[in-house]
Design a protein around this ligand. Structure first.
Ligand code: CP
Length: 317
């Protein structure tokens, strides 16, 4: 997004996060360094956001993202307001996101917004006097999940390049996939294996971008054959809420199930990530495998959101 040099209500330059590309690689590295420091020295940050308020405006269901943002702000000594259901907000009476954010700007210092409509957080950002964070917009982007995924990889593998990355499941509607690939494309020497049924392949704009950048990638249907080649496996759920008919969803929902037998085909250092929630695509018998890091990933999400809140409020220096 074109970041305009507007000043926010705190008198500082107003910055939003709509996609991971809103941060340069250098800024991302600083953010991850800060998140690591928060992880190692939480007490140092316990009052950084004293008297600051985060508004969580969630027009679509969430467990991790909303509660992770709220935990992040509470860990920083701040406070939280918000709604978790459009029906309990004045959106149910027809209020626009533009009007809502102008109102929220009077109450809070920063806002995390999830919306089923693609671009809705960006519309809000244009009218906002406080930083707006896209907490997931339709099938489009989920930048803070990507920050979480990248911090997990960086912390556990020590780098963000030089990997063969398998991304499996619903690559068409999965917003976490679109955000992650866009962000990881800025790190060199990664190869991608996109594993999906024909109907759920990556969007054509992403395929074109990969081709333009001469990035090595394959699109395949079978998970088993790819597993031995992978350093990272990013599993995703089939996005029921984005399907136009239930019949297609039912046909595709259990296309992939990663289980103990399939994990035996993978190398000893391959990490399994998943943005969660999981439905059936990872069997619970994988959870105790040390390569399964999807619950650890959730914890990294709190640290990186703490670092993000501090950064957007101008409190990171
Ligand atoms: N990963 C993620 O976005 O989970 P929630 O939908 O529970 O927020």
């Amino acid at each position: 997004m074109e970041q305009q040099q507007k000043t926010g209500k705190n008198g500082k330059i107003l910055r939003h996060l709509m996609t991971p590309l809103d941060f340069s690689v250098d800024e991302l590295n600083k953010l991850f360094d800060l998140a690591e420091d928060i992880k190692n020295n939480p007490d140092k940050y316990a009052e950084v956001c004293k008297r600051k308020k985060l508004a969580t405006c969630f027009y679509e269901p969430s467990t991790r993202t909303r509660l992770s943002f709220e935990t992040a702000m509470l860990n920083l000594g701040g406070q939280v307001i918000g709604f978790s259901d459009a029906k309990s907000s004045s959106a149910s009476k027809g209020e626009s996101v533009s009007d809502t954010i102008r109102v929220i700007s009077c109450f809070a210092d920063i806002c995390a917004m999830r919306h089923p409509k693609e671009g809705a957080p960006m519309v809000a950002a244009e009218r906002s006097r406080i930083p707006v964070i896209n907490a997931g917009d339709g099938g489009h982007q989920h930048p803070t999940q990507t920050l979480t995924d990248m911090m997990t990889i960086r912390s556990l593998k020590g780098k963000l390049s030089g990997f063969t990355i398998g991304i499996c499941g619903d690559l068409k509607f999965g917003r976490t996939v679109h955000s992650l690939v866009n962000a990881m494309l800025r790190y060199p020497d990664n190869k991608y294996i996109f594993i999906s049924p024909e109907e759920l392949r990556i969007p054509s704009y992403l395929r074109e971008k990969l081709n333009e950048m001469h990035v090595e990638f394959e699109e395949v249907e079978r998970l088993e054959e790819s597993l031995p080649k992978l350093d990272l496996l990013y599993m995703t759920r089939v996005q029921r809420e984005r399907f136009f008919n239930e019949e297609d969803y039912v046909r595709l929902k259990d296309f992939y199930v990663l289980n103990k037998e399939k994990m035996a085909l993978a190398g000893p250092d391959m990490l399994v990530l998943h943005p969660l929630p999981r439905v059936n695509e990872i069997s619970v018998d994988v959870d105790d495998d040390p390569r399964a890091v999807y619950f650890e990933q959730v914890q990294f999400g709190v640290y990186v959101r703490m670092a993000l809140i501090m950064t957007l409020l101008g409190l990171a220096e």
